[in-house]
Design a protein around this ligand. Structure first.
Ligand SMILES: Cc1cc2nc3c(=O)[nH]c(=O)nc-3n(C[C@H](O)[C@H](O)[C@H](O)COP(=O)(O)O)c2cc1C
Length: 178
């Protein structure tokens, strides 16, 4: 197969590419950093990576305010949002929200014990990480975190993101996979 022949139109059209990527259903997280100017950002480009060593990754737009905060802090936290936290996801994706500590006034949170990064109350799980590696990923940077703490807090459903919309889980009648 000659792959030098070119690429499909959908790949060079950002809107078409975004639509195709959006067919992959994800959960929704808030990535946070602590310190004197804490910051939070909604992210669905989150993946567990490794158990040994324990690693996860998030992809952050190079233009996002979060990008420079995360590099400067050298540590971060991830809160996995529950089904009733769509408003939290919308808040931390809204470019008009206040910067610094004030952006956290509308949510309940506590500082992570090991990083000081805000952990969102009511999240299904939270993770604290030391920044382990970063990789260039085009207009994003792939930040890999080495886990310092991992807590599963609640059993409720997650909020989902699919085709550019927030969704709720509808369980399959076939039930549990073991
Ligand atoms: C559901 C959802 C998922 C998102 N996922 C990401 C992501 O993984 N990485 C990213 O850089 N931006 C992502 N964004 C966009 C940022 O949340 C948004 O641009 C935010 O305002 C950036 O904040 P900041 O520039 O203040 O750091 C997502 C937005 C939404 C609504």
């Amino acid at each position: 197969m000659d792959i030098s022949a070119g690429v499909d139109d959908a790949v060079v059209d950002p809107a078409a590419l975004r639509r195709a990527f959006a067919a992959f259903a994800t959960g929704v997280t808030v990535v946070t950093v602590g310190g004197r100017t804490p910051h939070g950002m909604t992210a669905n480009a989150f993946t567990s990576v490794s158990l040994d060593p324990p690693l996860l990754l998030v992809c952050v737009d190079r233009e996002a305010v979060m990008h420079r905060h995360l590099v400067a802090a050298g540590s971060f936290a991830v809160s996995v949002l529950a089904a009733d936290q769509e408003h939290v996801a919308r808040h931390f994706a809204d470019r008009r929200r206040p910067l610094g500590a004030a952006q956290f006034d509308v949510v309940d949170w506590r500082p992570g014990r090991l990083t000081g990064a805000p952990l969102i109350t009511g999240a299904l799980a939270s993770f604290e990480c030391a920044l382990w590696r970063d990789y260039e990923g085009g207009d994003h940077t792939i930040f890999v975190g080495r886990l310092l703490s991992a807590e599963k807090l609640h059993e409720e459903d997650a909020v989902l993101f699919l085709h550019g919309r927030f969704r709720q889980i509808t369980p399959m009648p076939s039930g549990v996979v073991r």
